[in-house]
Design a protein around this ligand. Structure first.
Ligand SMILES: [Zn+2]
Ligand SMILES: [Zn+2]
Length: 332
């Protein structure tokens, strides 16, 4: 009998699915790419054909130029060569998908990036039992346990309200984190205008086009200092310490990222208010997902593989490490 998953061929530049003649999240141009989501370490330009959710195709059009796209709405099952393929929500950002592939009586699920906790800006992760679960491990160490998102948002709002002469400048990646932070604020009853940096504008509009209500957004650039007092400003992390931020009224610099768990990272970026808000599964979510899905094998793509592989070995769950390159996440 052939080895389990012998039709799946991991390469440093992506996962090749032989009987479909297609690559999952290739970092090099390929004839046919199956793309899990729009972050640049998974979605790159230059492919002959891109199979992705309509949301991801919209994101790629903005970031990589027009795509020759094949729309995979969630749940639609399509036969590609000798493989049945469907995309189900991964809960990571707008349009993010796990790719479910059935071939020769085996089911393989590529999770892409995922998280399990609620996110008002995208569809929740849908567990799909499978023979092989190909998982990320960005926060695959027991030290990474993300706190409750609501309590992090409360800290942000408390600081804002206690400092009416200042603004809170939140560094958040332009795709996913920025829109999620806005939605979380709205959910907690913050309905004031939120000011945004130009780099997040088009993606915010795209979220709105796909039905995610972000409330009143205004441009932060060119606005008088006084108008920004007592306001929240969202900008990409790269803008936190650059010239752009000097026009803001005595900003309280915050950053929304899973890496804010590490104090040194917060200090390096001069972050006064670190907010531990992540779009990746933490250690508990990673391991709980493996328990829930109970796959015959776990393949770990990127992040801190060793601890997760050790955890699997302790539970007689077969696990291996895939050496994909270039997967250090932009979204965290
Ligand atoms: Zn991602
Ligand atoms: Zn990633």
């Amino acid at each position: 009998m052939a080895r389990l998953g012998s039709w799946i061929d991991p390469h440093p530049e992506g996962i090749f699915v032989k009987p479909a003649n297609a690559w999952v999240d290739p970092s090099q141009p390929k004839d046919r790419a199956l793309v899990t989501h729009g972050h640049s370490d998974h979605a790159s330009g230059g492919h002959g054909q891109v199979w992705a959710t309509p949301e991801t195709l919209g994101i790629m059009d903005i970031r990589c130029g027009p795509q020759n796209g094949v729309q995979m709405t969630y749940g639609k099952v399509v036969r590609l060569g000798e493989v049945e393929i469907s995309y189900v929500p991964a809960g990571h950002c707008l349009g993010s998908a796990q790719i479910v592939m059935d071939h020769g009586g085996e089911r393989v699920v590529v999770s892409g990036d995922y998280k399990r906790r609620p996110d008002p800006s995208c569809m929740p992760f849908q567990p799909v039992p499978c023979d092989i679960f190909i998982t990320e491990a960005t926060f695959g160490l027991p030290v990474f346990r993300h706190p409750d998102t609501g309590s992090e948002m409360d800290r942000l709002l408390e600081r804002l309200h206690a400092n009416p002469e200042r603004c809170v400048l939140v560094g958040a990646y332009a795709l996913g984190k920025a829109q999620r932070v806005i939605c979380e604020l709205r959910q907690r009853g913050h309905h004031d205008p939120i000011y945004i940096h130009g780099a997040v504008e088009r993606l915010c509009l795209l979220y709105e086009e796909f039905g995610v209500n972000l409330g009143e957004l205004r441009f932060a650039t060119g606005v008088k200092k006084d108008e920004l007092k007592g306001r929240i400003v969202i900008a990409p992390p790269s803008a936190l310490n650059d010239r752009w931020s000097r026009r803001l009224p005595d900003p309280i610099t915050a950053m929304a990222s899973g890496w804010m768990r590490i104090r040194q990272r917060a200090r390096q970026k001069n972050v006064e208010l670190p907010l531990i808000i992540s779009d990746h599964a933490d250690w508990d979510e990673l391991t709980a997902t493996l328990v829930e899905l109970a796959p015959k094998e776990v393949w770990v793509t990127h992040g801190r593989e060793e601890a997760l592989i050790h955890w699997c070995a302790m539970r007689q769950m077969k696990a291996r490490e895939l050496n994909l390159i270039g997967r250090e996440d932009e979204d965290e």
